[in-house]
Design a protein around this ligand. Structure first.
Ligand code: ARG
Length: 261
């Protein structure tokens, strides 16, 4: 850039600097309050955490997000995009937070800040009802379907360096549901996905597919904000309140029925 242009930009920058711009830069919370809305981004292909009921996005994460909006005293807006676009979109300023059953991993922590954990999860295997595959070891040499960019993908491709698993091929799908469709037509031997979404997928086709008992990973879900965003404090307060009041259990209970019940 030429010096003159640079000077012009600096001057232009100084001219728009007063009050509003300064607060918006410093405090995401102030900017959100000024806008009157908070934007959550998600991938609504992950029942029971976020999925579509007609045109509406519903689920556990959506309900937590509503509480966040309530706490801020603003409206909630939701955008629904591909899972592996969530972090880039957040960091492009298109959303204020990600609530997407997202596992808080160290790799992701390089690009986002995570709230406190709000849910424990693990990767689970789904296979055809009559499959011989009984656990992780049986996946050796098999074709496995995953949702692109998820921890299931990272685990099966050994990108996490765990070296736990040695499959022949990992097929990546935009939606977990697409992987399950291919499982039912025999194009993949197994699907690896988070435990509760796995349960929901199997509930829709109980005579064709089943989940295996083995929990392959230990993961915790958290809400992501841009690095340094003060919104994380508000989100943590909401999570704490929901846990202490028993409201979190109520929300989860609406979508997940445990066997004991
Ligand atoms: N927990 C997994 C991950 O963080 C899967 C999340 C998928 N979420 C979704 N809304 N599609 O990678």
């Amino acid at each position: 850039m030429k010096m003159k242009q640079l000077t012009a930009l600096v001057l232009a920058g100084m001219m728009i600097l007063p009050a509003a711009a300064v607060t918006a830069d410093d405090s995401a919370v102030e900017a959100i309050k000024a806008k009157g809305k908070v934007v959550m981004t998600t991938n609504a292909e992950f029942e029971p955490f976020e999925f579509k009921d007609g045109d509406e996005i519903v689920g556990i994460d959506k309900e937590i997000a509503e509480k966040i909006a309530e706490k801020l005293g603003v409206e909630l807006e939701i955008t629904d995009i591909a899972f592996d676009s969530l972090i880039p979109s957040l960091n492009a300023g298109k959303a204020d937070f990600i609530a997407a059953g997202m596992t808080a991993t160290d790799e992701r922590r390089k690009n986002v800040d995570f709230s406190d954990d709000y849910f424990n999860a693990s990767q689970t295997i789904i296979v055809a009802a009559d499959s011989d595959i009984a656990g992780r070891e049986d996946l050796d040499g098999k074709v496995v379907g995953v949702q692109q960019g998820t921890t299931g993908d990272i685990y099966c491709t050994n990108e996490d360096g765990s070296g736990d698993i040695n499959v022949k091929e990992v097929k990546r799908y935009p939606k977990g549901m697409d992987a399950v469709s291919d499982l039912m037509t025999g194009r993949v031997d197994a699907v690896v996905i988070d435990d509760f979404p796995a349960q929901k997928l199997v509930e829709k086709n109980p005579d064709k597919i089943k989940t295996l008992d083995e929990a392959m990973t230990e993961e915790t879900y958290a809400i992501a904000v841009p690095l340094g965003s003060d919104l994380v404090d508000v989100i943590n307060e909401v999570i704490k309140d929901l846990n202490e009041s028993g409201e979190m259990d109520k929300i989860v209970g609406k979508y997940i029925s445990t066997e004991e019940e």
